[in-house]
Design a protein around this ligand. Sequence first.
Ligand SMILES: Cc1cc2nc3c(=O)[nH]c(=O)nc-3n(C[C@H](O)[C@H](O)[C@H](O)COP(=O)(O)OP(=O)(O)OC[C@H]3O[C@@H](n4cnc5c(N)ncnc54)[C@H](O)[C@@H]3O)c2cc1C
Length: 470
Amino acid sequence: MISEAAKQLLIQIVGRENYDDSKAGRLVYSYDATPQFQAIPEAVMAPRNTKEVSEIVKVCAEYRIPIVPRGSGTNLCAGTCPIEGGIVLLFKHMNRILEIDEDNLTATVQPGVITLDLIKSVEEKGLFYPPDPSSMKISTIGGNINENSGGLRGLKYGVTRDYVLGLEAVLANGDVIRTGGKLAKDVAGYDLTRLLVGSEGTLGIITEATLKLVPMPEAKKTMLALYQDLEAAARSVSKIIASKIIPATLEFLDQPTLRVVEDYAQIGLPTDVKAVLLIEQDGAREVVEREMRQIERICKEEQAVSVQLARSEQEADALRTARRSALSALARLRPTTILEDATVPRSEIAKMVTAINEIAEKYRVMICTFGHAGDGNLHPTCPTDARDDEEMERVEAAFAEIFAKAIELGGTITGEHGVGAMKAPYLEWKLGKEGVEVMQAIKRALDPYNIMNPGKVFAKSTRKRVVVTK
Ligand SMILES: Cc1cc2nc3c(=O)[nH]c(=O)nc-3n(C[C@H](O)[C@H](O)[C@H](O)COP(=O)(O)OP(=O)(O)OC[C@H]3O[C@@H](n4cnc5c(N)ncnc54)[C@H](O)[C@@H]3O)c2cc1C
């Protein structure tokens, strides 16, 4: 409960217009992109600068009020669902690109900057910010950093973590720290930047980030390889990489996903094949030409029934957009869409895809699979209906078995979506008891009153999803 005294202190910091405890205002921030999780916060606040964030945190620490930092709420792990109440903190006023430094190849931004806005702004200067989650039109840099998000370009360029050079963060006692900076090299003490990246708002609030940029690649080519055999597609992935080519993008869509995506995007994708690979390479023109020819040869050797090169940038863009719209397209099928991101070593992709199909059959649920094949990061997605308890039990059981299989194959429960409240019950499967205890010790040291996004990452005893309405 936020007492009247605490409320007045919080309003003094941000002004009445940036403190909303109306029922309607709170309801809007009671959920995120994760199905089946809802909890109403006690207030929603929008600070204007780091000083205000720090003052808010000090009041929250004194009154033990939970704080849930929130970008655009597109996370898929119930990471911004305020399951223990408290305040949802928005960054709509802290959304500026502060600097693009062409000498040091860095961009310094506030957390509320939309990912695509940053990508476009640096591209105008001939620079490149590679992390490109499919949600980039709406996701924020603060959210990307806290989930350590990946994207279509992750195989060659890495994920958000690989581009975070420095951070400004407000800790759970209100202290403001700066980590890293515009430095290419810095080994002064523990790497706190890396600790904060992917911490899901549980260790501190990011108020500024310095990001690495790279030069824009000279050329890019896009190709679609079609298969009548899932395993042949998976074998192509392994063989391309084993031949020492790292494509910029190597995405996989199975037939059910293809059909739904084509129905949604209407760009003429083939729907009579079992799987497609969307493959892109960028870099120096000659290298791109040569490597795309090699990739084409490998795909054909592995029984691709057709390999088509995009004839124009417009056509290539349509293919990328179609892939990025896979989740939205699947979401049209049934009232609830559960998307997971079990990840395996890329050599195990074929086994994992086969296992997902067998598990779907065993539990009589529909599972469509697409994902970042080159990263081993698959998105088995289940269109279902949360109102049907019996079906939901089967869906839960199917996903539990998918996670167990991923771990058995040397993989993980999440490759890029984070743990949040949704995957918390499975964290120990991946880390073991001792691994979870180390993380809990870090959490206790940095947030002794457990006010920073409580209820996330570390599991309560239940595995059930929560719907709390106050
Ligand atoms: C259609 C769709 C496609 C997607 N595609 C991808 C994809 O390709 N790759 C991928 O990795 N993910 C993807 N996602 C998941 C999601 O978009 C990412 O996790 C994204 O980074 C979340 O950004 P956001 O601004 O919405 O953050 P939110 O969802 O608001 O927050 C995410 C987490 O960050 C914390 N947080 C936010 N801002 C701050 C801050 N300033 N300080 C501290 N903590 C903070 C929150 O507390 C929360 O734990 C997709 C989601 C959707 C709906």
